[in-house]
Design a protein around this ligand. Structure first.
Ligand code: NAD
Ligand code: MG
Length: 402
């Protein structure tokens, strides 16, 4: 059938069967993190239709072993190769294959026994395994937004060429996806991406100059891993999400508006050409978007707490404070410039956030480092995962040297 869409969301290229006749077999990358552990709760509650085939973690061998004993996957991968003997020994009597290292991650996602790859790794480390999974035509449930930020063009082209699909896990993108269900033939005039504003909403530059990592890690609405929590405090998280939305939904960044919504009840909205606006609402709970990505297009029952409107009588919306939180505009700028620039921005941000978490730099050094990195990079257009990863390494080494 002719594709009549004027935009090209990457999820539409591989429609799922309406009814799940067989269990969906999942490779869960990053099972020990915030998204990973919540995904396992979802799988546990739907063990009749969802099954874990692969579990992976970087360093937390004890939790990985515990998860493996509970979910009996076919395979586990421990990223840190030094921990391989420890994990092997612990799972010696279980019928589970144990591998280690980044190459093993790339291999396991391509196995025939895997239907869905849920990528809950943090940072650019998610890039290579997701690309391999796309090449194998798998369905990706994407939490690792950095994959699309760094290499959105390469990834979305590979999705089309290999008959793969990407379904969003990020709550805002899941909301947009849910608003678009049944509307894939209708052009979008605007995406309204909501942001909680993070722990420092309403503060000015002078008040934030000396904030510590503990202040920044105190998110008002969401409990997440440390990197994404710092990204939320700087608003870089929203910047990354603007670029993620651009690639997922095929909408230019000019049509993506960021709105601060401190209650985190409206997870995002879509405005159509006739002026109608659709929104998806719910309590802040990542299990819902995780479940939707794993069971799409079905909605399965859940025991998640329900939204009671009388408990949330006031929903407010405001413009982001772009002066106090310059990372947001840095992301728009990098995205408009395109090519290697979002990759450079992401690498500089990952380095800066790591340095901030180690207490080695201040809050405003984060945007400063990113801006410097963007300013001192000459435009280029990477064409492979290896080239993106090379640029990522160069930027990180340069920042470490300085
Ligand atoms: P986290 O730090 O809690 O967990 C990260 C996971 O990745 C862990 O299992 C860890 O073992 C694994 N990992 C870390 N480095 C790795 C490496 N080099 N190679 C392989 N595996 C590695 O992170 P999180 O908060 O769960 O976030 C994961 C991703 O999901 C991020 O991209 C984040 O932006 C995105 N996300 C998270 C949330 C949330 O609520 N936590 C919401 C939306 C999107
Ligand atoms: Mg989000």
């Amino acid at each position: 059938m002719k594709n009549i869409c004027t935009f090209a969301p990457v999820f539409q290229f591989k429609p799922k069967p309406t009814f799940m006749t067989e269990k969906r077999k999942i490779a869960l990358l990053g099972s020990t993190g915030s998204i990973g552990t919540q995904a396992l709760e979802v799988v546990e509650n739907h063990s009749d239709i969802l099954q874990i085939e692969v579990l992976t973690a970087q360093n937390n061998a004890d939790l990985l072993i515990q998860q493996a004993k509970k979910f009996s996957p076919n395979m586990v991968v421990i990223g840190n190769e030094a921990l391989l003997p420890y994990v092997k020994e612990a799972l010696w009597n279980d019928d589970i294959k144990v591998f280690a290292g980044p190459r093993a991650l790339e291999d396991v996602v391509q196995m025939d026994c895997v239907d869905i790859v849920l990528t809950a790794i943090v940072g650019v480390a998610g890039l290579a395994p997701v690309y391999k999974a796309i090449e194998a035509g798998k369905t990706i449930a994407l939490a690792n937004k950095e994959t699309l930020v760094v290499a959105g063009e390469l990834m979305t082209r590979a999705v089309r060429e290999n008959g793969a699909a990407i379904y969003p896990v990020d709550s805002e993108h899941s909301a947009i996806f849910q608003c678009l269900a049944g509307e894939f033939h209708n052009p979008v005039s605007k995406i309204l991406l909501t942001a909680s504003g993070g722990p420092f909403r309403g503060k000015k530059r002078e008040e934030l100059r000396f904030v510590t990592k503990d202040d920044a890690l105190r998110h008002p609405n969401w409990s997440m891993g440390p990197k994404v929590t710092i990204d939320s405090a700087t608003l870089m998280n929203k910047g990354l999400e603007v670029i993620e939305a651009k690639w997922l939904f095929g909408v230019p960044v000019e049509k993506i508006e960021v709105l601060v919504h401190p209650q985190s009840i409206v997870h995002s909205m879509v405005e159509f050409e006739d002026g109608s606006v659709k929104a998806q609402l719910g309590l802040p709970d990542m299990k819902l978007p995780i479940q939707y990505a794993l069971t799409y297009p079905q909605r399965q029952p859940s025991n998640f707490p329900r939204l009671n409107f009388t408990d949330h009588g006031t929903l407010t919306f405001e413009q982001p404070d772009r002066d106090t939180f310059p990372c947001l505009d840095l992301a728009f700028k990098a995205s408009r410039e395109g090519g290697c620039m979002p990759c450079v921005m992401n690498a500089a941000n990952e380095s800066a956030v790591a340095l901030f978490l180690q207490g080695r730099i201040g809050f405003y050094d984060i945007p400063h480092i990113i801006e410097e990195a963007l300013m001192h990079t000459k435009f280029c257009q990477p064409t492979s995962v290896e080239e993106y990863l090379y640029i990522d390494q160069m930027v990180k080494q340069q920042i470490e040297r300085i």
